[in-house]
Design a protein around this ligand. Structure first.
Ligand SMILES: *Cc1c(COP(=O)(O)O)cnc(C)c1O
Length: 220
């Protein structure tokens, strides 16, 4: 079995169907994505719109594309025709832009609110309070072409696994709290947390989607 397929199998064995695997293919050449596809995986994650769109255009159309990187509003239009889920929504203006472009394409785009859970200052995301404000806002009700399907977070980049666990635990409890905010376009069902170094922990803490790059493809 080729290495990529072997790695995917090993990770999926560990997930035990508790969470779904997204192969993070950023910076990887199309040949590796084809190998991933042949291994049976259909969920790919990228962090740059231009790179994702170039790959989308040449690869089979039954792939689900997940945008996991920090996003500028002016790039939304390029992926609106095909993107499955945007994990990195960190402001209301962006949500409105996604809604506008989804409407133009006659689609509903699934979005996750990215919550800042780590200690580092470099990571993007909303505070718990800012996320709550979005979920409570009157205007959100009018956005018919997006669906807020859950939350995403990145834990601190540290060897202190207790700290990482606490960050995931916090995100999971926020996710549970936000379940009471359900409305037509809000339903907390996906919790995107866990990467190569911490996905086992994330699954133990309730992740439904893990985003794994280097454990499948090797270091970037
Ligand atoms: C790159 C990236 C990942 C994957 O990281 P690995 O450590 O290679 O598994 C996951 N999530 C986000 C948001 C990323 O940018």
């Amino acid at each position: 079995m080729p290495a990529i397929a072997q790695n995917i199998k090993q990770i999926e064995d560990q997930l035990q169907q508790k969470a779904r695997l997204i192969a993070v293919t950023k910076t990887k050449p199309v040949e590796m994505l084809e190998e991933t596809y042949r291994a049976g995986l259909r969920r790919f994650g990228e962090n740059k719109v231009q790179e994702m769109t170039a790959k989308y255009e040449v690869l089979p159309k039954d792939i689900e594309w997940h945008m996991i990187g920090h996003l500028q509003s002016n790039k939304v239009k390029y992926m609106a025709p095909y993107v499955s889920m945007i994990h990195s929504v960190d402001n209301f203006k962006l949500l409105k832009e996604i809604n506008k472009e989804a409407l133009k394409n006659n689609r509903v785009i699934y979005c996750l609110l990215q919550i800042f859970i780590a200690e580092e200052e470099t990571k993007f995301g909303l505070s718990d309070e800012e996320a709550r404000e979005i979920l409570e806002s009157e205007e959100l009700t009018s956005l018919k072409n997006i669906k807020i399907a859950g939350l995403m977070g990145m834990a601190s980049n540290t060897d202190d696994m207790e700290k990482v666990r606490m960050e995931f635990h916090h995100l999971k409890s926020l996710f549970e709290t936000f379940k009471s905010y359900e409305k037509e376009n809000v339903k907390m069902q996906e919790l995107s947390m866990g990467m190569s170094g911490d996905f086992q922990l994330a699954v133990e803490e309730g992740s439904t989607l893990v985003r794994v790059g280097s454990a499948i493809f090797g270091a970037r």
